[in-house]
Design a protein around this ligand. Structure first.
Ligand SMILES: Nc1nc2c(c(=O)[nH]1)N[C@H]1C(S)=C(S)[C@@H](COP(=O)(O)O)O[C@H]1N2
Ligand SMILES: [Mo]
Length: 522
C-alpha cells in the first residue's frame, strides 16, 4: 500500500510543534548557562532594536510595561506562522521544509551573534534548537505517514541498531505530538522561571556618609488615592529595551571609566561602596511620558557622585560638545552632557533606592540617576562603562533613532483626582495631583475649572528642586450644575515661570501642554 500524503493540518502542526520544542529546549539550555544566549530572546531583542521609533513609541504608550509581553507575543505568532509554513513545505518536499527550518534557525543565530559580547560559543543553545527541531519535524512527519521522512527515520534507526519502524498511524502521531508539546511547554516554563532573576531587596546596603533629609509624610495621608510623595520601589515605573531583566552579580560587576580621561580606571562594587556615598531625593521622568502620564516617580537614591568618579579617572575640561557615553550590560547606551555629570546637581551612580539595594528591574547593581534630565539622557541601568567623549564621535541608542540629546525635563502638573470621566456627587470635589519642575522647583500649582480663572491650589510639602510636589484643590460644587465639567492644572516653577501651554508630543524631546480632565456631577 502506497503511503498516503500527509494531511495539511498534520504537516502544519508538525512544523509548529518542531519549532516550539526546538525553541523551548534552546531557551532552557541558555537559561541554565547564560540567558542572554537564548535564541528566542536574541530574536526579540533584534526586533526591538529594529522596530521603527514611532511604532516603539506607540507600543510603550499603549501597552506600558506590558510592551514586552506584547512584543514576545507577536514574535511568537510570527514564528508559529512561519513554522506552519515549514511544515507545509516539508509535506510537498521534505528538503524544502528542512531548508526553511534551517533558514529560520540561521536568522536566530545571526541575532544571537549580534548581542553585545557574543562569541561563537553563544551559538550552542541555537544549535540545540536546530537539532531538536529537525529531529522533531522528521519524527512527527514520519508518524503522520510522510514517505520521505519515514524513510529517513527508518534508515537512521537501522543504522543505530534500532528494531523495526514505528508504523505511521493517527494514534502514534497524536501521542507523539502531545508528548512533544508537553516537553516543549515544560522546557519553556522552566526556561522562563530560571531566567527571571531573584529579588535583591534583602541584600545588605552600605550607609550614606551624608543621608538625605527624609521624605516627609505627603498629602496622601489626608487625601485618598493621591499619588504618594515617595514612590515605593515596586510601584516605580519601568521603561527599558531589555527583554529579560539583566541578572548581574554584584561581586563580578565592574565599572570601567575611560575615553578622554588621564587614567582610565575599573572599579568594583566594593570599591564604590567604600567611596563617599550620598543620598539624594530625585524625581525621574521618562521622555515618553504623555501629558498626564504615569512615567514619573520620586525616590531616595543612594550612591556616589559621578563627579567624584570622573575626577578619580582624571577627567579633563568640559565643553558643550562633550558627553559621557554610558553603556549598560546589555549594550544599551545613553549620552549625558559631561557638564551635567560634573556640576553641583550631584548626578549619581546609584546603588540603593528607597533604602534597599536597587531592584533588578531598576538597574541592579548600579545605575545612573541624573536630576533634571529625562531617563534616556542620564539614568542608565545596569551600567558598566562611562566613556568621556564627544557627541560627534559616538551616538547613543536613542540618538541613533532621532531623539534629542538635550533633554531638560519639561515642567508639568498632573491631575490624578478626579479620575477622567469620574461620576461624582455634587458637594466638595477634591481635585489633586502631582507636579514637577526638576532643577527649578515647584513653587505653585494653579487650577482652572470649566475654563474659569486660574486659582492657586494648596501645595504639599516641599522636598527639593529636583523632587515633585503634591497639590490639592477643594472645589465647592454644592451649587454647580449637574453634568459635564472640566479641570485644567499648570505648574508654576523657579522664579514664577508658568508651565508652557504649547502642545507637543513625546518625540523627540518630551511632551508639553496642559492637562485637562473631564468629569461629571450627578
Ligand atoms: N540599560 C538601560 N537603561 C535605561 C533604559 C534602557 O532601556 N536600558 N531606559 C532609560 C529610560 S528611557 C528611562 S525613562 C529610565 C527608566 O528607569 P526605570 O525603569 O528605573 O524607571 O531608564 C533609562 N535607563
Ligand atoms: Mo525614558
Amino acid at each position: 500500500m502506497a503511503a498516503p500524503l500527509v494531511s495539511r493540518p498534520a504537516a502544519a502542526l508538525s512544523g509548529v510543534i518542531a519549532a516550539g520544542v526546538g525553541m523551548a529546549v534552546g531557551h532552557l539550555a541558555a537559561a541554565l548557562t547564560d540567558p542572554a544566549r537564548s535564541p528566542v530572546l536574541a530574536v526579540g531583542a533584534e526586533v526591538i532594536d529594529r522596530t521603527p521609533t514611532p511604532l516603539k513609541d506607540w507600543a510603550i504608550r499603549t501597552f506600558g510595561t506590558a510592551d514586552k509581553a506584547v512584543l514576545l507575543g507577536s514574535v511568537t505568532v510570527m514564528t508559529v506562522v512561519l513554522a506552519a509554513a515549514v511544515g507545509l513545505l516539508a509535506r510537498r518536499r521534505l528538503r524544502w521544509g528542512l531548508a526553511g527550518l534551517m533558514l529560520l534557525v540561521a536568522l536566530a543565530a545571526a541575532a544571537v551573534l549580534r548581542r553585545p559580547g557574543a562569541g561563537v560559543s553563544w551559538l550552542l543553545p541555537t544549535a540545540l534548537t536546530l537539532i531538536v527541531g529537525v529531529v522533531a519535524l522528521l519524527g512527527l512527519l514520519a508518524l503522520a505517514g510522510h514517505p520521505t521522512a519515514g524513510a529517513v527515520v527508518s534508515r537512521v534507526r537501522r543504522r543505530g541498531g534500532g528494531a523495526g519502524t514505528a508504523a505511521p498511524s493517527r494514534r502514534a502521531f497524536v501521542a507523539a505530538a502531545g508528548a512533544a508539546s508537553v516537553v516543549g511547554a515544560g522546557g519553556a516554563l522552566a526556561g522562563v522561571r530560571l531566567s527571571s532573576a531573584e529579588d535583591t531587596s534583602g541584600l545588605a546596603l552600605p550607609r550614606a556618609r551624608q543621608p538625605a533629609p527624609g521624605i516627609p509624610a505627603g498629602l496622601e495621608a489626608q487625601v485618598r488615592d493621591l499619588t504618594p510623595l515617595r514612590t515605593p520601589n515596586a510601584k516605580f515605573y519601568r521603561v527599558d529595551t531589555a527583554l529579560t531583566v539583566p541578572s548581574l552579580d554584584r561581586d563580578r560587576w565592574r565599572l570601567r571609566i575611560d575615553g578622554d580621561v588621564a587614567h582610565p580606571i575599573t572599579l568594583s562594587y566594593n570599591e564604590i561602596a567604600r567611596m563617599d556615598l550620598i543620598e539624594r531625593n530625585i524625581t525621574m521622568t521618562c521622555v515618553s511620558n504623555e501629558v498626564g502620564g504615569s512615567y514619573a516617580g520620586g525616590a531616595t537614591w543612594l550612591g556616589v557622585r559621578t563627579r567624584d568618579l570622573l575626577r578619580l579617572a582624571g577627567v579633563r575640561a568640559a565643553g558643550a560638545e562633550r558627553q559621557v557615553l554610558s553603556t549598560s550590560s546589555d549594550g544599551f547606551t545613553i549620552s549625558t552632557p559631561l557638564e551635567a555629570m560634573l556640576d553641583d546637581r550631584d548626578a549619581l551612580l546609584a546603588i540603593g533606592m528607597n533604602g534597599k539595594a536597587l531592584p533588578r528591574e531598576h538597574g541592579y547593581p548600579a545605575r545612573l540617576v541624573t536630576p533634571g534630565l529625562y531617563g534616556m539622557l542620564g539614568s542608565t541601568k545596569w551600567v558598566t562603562r562611562l566613556t568621556v567623549t564627544t557627541y560627534a564621535a559616538k551616538r547613543a541608542y536613542w540618538t541613533q533613532r532621532g531623539w534629542t540629546t538635550n533633554g531638560p525635563v519639561k515642567p508639568s502638573a498632573r491631575i490624578d483626582l478626579p479620575r477622567g470621566l469620574a461620576q461624582l456627587d455634587r458637594g466638595i470635589v477634591t481635585i489633586g495631583g502631582i507636579a514637577w519642575a526638576q532643577r527649578h522647583g515647584v513653587v505653585g500649582v494653579q487650577v482652572s475649572i470649566d475654563d474659569g480663572p486660574w486659582v492657586a491650589a494648596t501645595l504639599g510639602p516641599s522636598v527639593n528642586v529636583d523632587f515633585w510636589r503634591q497639590w490639592i484643590h477643594r472645589w465647592d460644587a454644592r451649587k454647580a450644575a449637574p453634568g459635564q465639567h472640566s479641570v485644567r492644572a499648570r505648574v508654576v516653577y523657579g522664579e514664577g515661570q508658568v508651565q508652557s501651554s504649547a502642545r507637543a508630543g513625546v518625540f523627540p524631546s518630551g511632551s508639553s501642554g496642559i492637562q485637562e480632565q473631564i468629569f461629571f456631577l450627578r
